[in-house]
Design a protein around this ligand. Structure first.
Ligand SMILES: C[S@@+](CC[C@H](N)C(=O)[O-])C[C@H]1O[C@@H](n2cnc3c(N)ncnc32)[C@H](O)[C@@H]1O
Length: 339
C-alpha cells in the first residue's frame, strides 16, 4: 500500500470493480469509521486472504491511517474517504460485501442530532442488500442510548440474526482494543459487542447503484449574451422528485468569458458540488454543459441541473431556441422560487 492507494467515494466507478482496485479477486471485508486504523491493520493481518476496505469520513484520520498501513507493509488494504452509506450504496453491488465491522460509531448524543446516527433501520436495510446470507456484521458501542437503538433495530430487522445466544456481549477478549474503546474502558463505561450475521431472508434492493448517463450539454441559439445572463443570474433552489438542485453563484472567466455557475446537486446517495458552464461559440450559439472542474459525474441529477439552467434561460429570454441537446430527461417542471 502506498500513499496513493486511497480513494474518494465520489471518484470511484459505480459500482467499483474491487478485484481491479485490490489487484486480485478476494472476499471484501469492510471496516466503517476506522479512526486511527489500528483495528483495520489487525483485520488485514488476520485475514490475509481477504481484501480489506476501510471507509472513513474524516480526511485527517484517513491521512494518519494511510501512513500506518504503509508502515505495516500490507497490500490487502485500501482506504476510502467518504460516507459509509454512500460508499456501500454506490460502489458495492448487492451481496458483494462479505463482512462489515463498525467500532464505536459516533453516538450523536444530543436529541436534535439523533438523526445523524449511522445505524438505524434504513442503514441495516442497506447492509442487508450488500451482505450475502451468512455475511458477518460486528458492531461495538459504549453509548447506552445508542446501544438501545442498535439492539432494537437489529431485533426488529427481518434480515439479521445474532451469532451468539444474546443480542450482545459485554466483553470480547479476542479483539484488538480500539482508541475509543480504551477511552470508554478507562472512563468506566461498558462496551456492548454485537456479533450478528445476515440471514437468508430476501431484502428488496431499494438502493440501486447510481448510473451515469452520457455527458449532458445543450446548444442554444438566441438573443442572449453572457454579460446579460450573468447580470440576471440569481441563486435558486429546485426539487425534482428526490433530486435537489441549488445554484449558488455565477462566476465569469477572465480568459474566455464563459460563465461558471456553482451548483449543488443532491440525489441519494450522492451529493455533488460542481460547475455548470455557459459558453459562447464563435457562431453566437450558447452551450450549457458541465464544467471540467473537479470530478463531475453525469448523473440524472446533472442532466436535470442543465435542464434547469436551460429552462431558466428560456424563461428569461423567450426567443431562445434549443438547437441540440443530449439531455436524457423528459421535460420536467422546474418552476421554483429564486432566492
Ligand atoms: C467515535 S469514532 C471511532 C473510531 C474507531 N472506530 C475507534 O473505535 O477508535 C467514529 C469514527 O467514525 C467516523 N465516521 C463517522 N461517520 C461516518 C460515516 N458516515 N462514514 C464513515 N466514517 C464515519 C468518524 O470520522 C470517526 O473516525
Amino acid at each position: 500500500m502506498s500513499l496513493a492507494d486511497w480513494y474518494k467515494v465520489e471518484q470511484l466507478p459505480w459500482p467499483t470493480e474491487w478485484p481491479t482496485l485490490f489487484g486480485r479477486p478476494a472476499p471484501l471485508r469492510v471496516e466503517i469509521g476506522f479512526g486511527n486504523g489500528l483495528f483495520l491493520i489487525r483485520l488485514a493481518q488476520t485475514h490475509p486472504a481477504d481484501n480489506v476496505l476501510g471507509i472513513e469520513i474524516s480526511l485527517p484520520a484517513l491521512r494518519h491511517a494511510v501512513r500506518k498501513v504503509e508502515r505495516a507493509g500490507l497490500d490487502n488494504v485500501r482506504l476510502l474517504q467518504g460516507d459509509a452509506a454512500a460508499a456501500l450504496h454506490a460502489l458495492c453491488r448487492p451481496g458483494y460485501v462479505a463482512a462489515v465491522t463498525i467500532n464505536f460509531p459516533d453516538p450523536w448524543p444530543k436529541k436534535d442530532h439523533l438523526g445523524r446516527r449511522l445505524i438505524d433501520d434504513t442503514f441495516l436495510h442497506l447492509l442487508a442488500t450488500r451482505l450475502p446470507a451468512g455475511g458477518a456484521l460486528d458492531i461495538a458501542t459504549d453509548h447506552d442510548d445508542y446501544a438501545e437503538q442498535i439492539t432494537a433495530c437489529l431485533l426488529r430487522s427481518p434480515h439479521f440474526a445474532s451469532r451468539l445466544d444474546a443480542p450482545f456481549v459485554l466483553t470480547d477478549p479476542e479483539r484488538v482494543t480500539t482508541k475509543y474503546e480504551s477511552v470508554a474502558l478507562a472512563e468506566g463505561r461498558t462496551p456492548r459487542y454485537y456479533h450478528w450475521r445476515r440471514n437468508d431472508a430476501p431484502a428488496e434492493d431499494v438502493f440501486p447503484v447510481p448510473q451515469e448517463l452520457p455527458m449532458p450539454h445543450v446548444v442554444l441559439r438566441g438573443p442572449a449574451d453572457l454579460d446579460e445572463i450573468g447580470r440576471r443570474f440569481r441563486p435558486g433552489v429546485v426539487e425534482i422528485g428526490a433530486t435537489r438542485i441549488r445554484t449558488i453563484e455565477a462566476y465569469r472567466s477572465l480568459r474566455d468569458g464563459k460563465l461558471l455557475i456553482e451548483t449543488y446537486i443532491g440525489e441519494e446517495p450522492i451529493w455533488q458540488r460542481l460547475g455548470l458552464e455557459i459558453r459562447a461559440r464563435r457562431s453566437g450559439e450558447l452551450v450549457v454543459a458541465l464544467a471540467e472542474v473537479g470530478f463531475p459525474r453525469p448523473t440524472r441529477g446533472a442532466h436535470l441541473a442543465i435542464h434547469y439552467i436551460v429552462e431558466w434561460l428560456r424563461a428569461e429570454f423567450p426567443a431562445i431556441v434549443i438547437v441540440h441537446s443530449t439531455l436524457q430527461v423528459n421535460h420536467v417542471d422546474v418552476t421554483h422560487e429564486r432566492d
